[in-house]
Ligand binder design. Structure first.
Ligand code: FAD
Length: 122
């Protein structure tokens, strides 16, 4: 569990640094990478805070403990500065273009061919 927590934190740091580099360089990827960084880092923060509560045991669940405080504090980070659902829309629009997203990408993209015998062997 600690390994997963540390990996999530490091992956978030790397994505934030990548987004900052892109923005500083004036790259057109800056907006998409910023949305990815916000989405990933805040989802990871909530997961890590929840895992910390489990690792620390029952005492961490009491109101006012550092883990309990962190869990409440990080939840809001998924909501403010553009909710994570909206970050997903920003990323999808950046990848596909606004027309495809508003029509529903599924209806516009070709589906991979899948024969009945292929799925039976899965
Ligand atoms: C405590 C707090 C602090 C905040 N601080 C800031 C701040 O500092 N700066 C700032 O800019 N904003 C801030 N906000 C606003 C926040 O970023 C959201 O914009 C807002 O909470 C959601 O908008 P709404 O309340 O109008 O609800 P709605 O727009 O109705 O959204 C309700 C839910 O539906 C989801 N949703 C809406 N449209 C779609 C869609 N097309 N696809 C998928 N899901 C969708 C949203 O993600 C949200 O989860 C804050 C909000 C709170 C609660």
């Amino acid at each position: 569990m600690l390994a997963d927590m540390a990996t999530r934190v490091e992956a978030s740091r790397a994505l934030v640094a990548r987004a900052a580099q892109a923005l500083e360089a004036g790259s057109e990827e800056g907006g998409r990478l910023s949305a990815m960084a916000k989405l990933h880092a805040t989802d990871a923060a909530l997961r890590v805070a929840a895992d910390a509560m489990q690792v620390l045991g029952g005492a961490a669940c009491f109101q006012g403990s550092p883990a309990e405080r962190a869990l409440r504090d990080v939840k809001i980070s998924q909501i403010y500065e553009g909710t994570n659902q909206i970050q997903r829309l920003v990323i999808a629009r950046s990848l596909l273009g606004p027309d495809l997203v508003s029509r529903g990408a599924g209806s516009a993209l070709p589906l991979p061919s899948c024969r009945r015998e292929d799925s039976a062997s899965l």
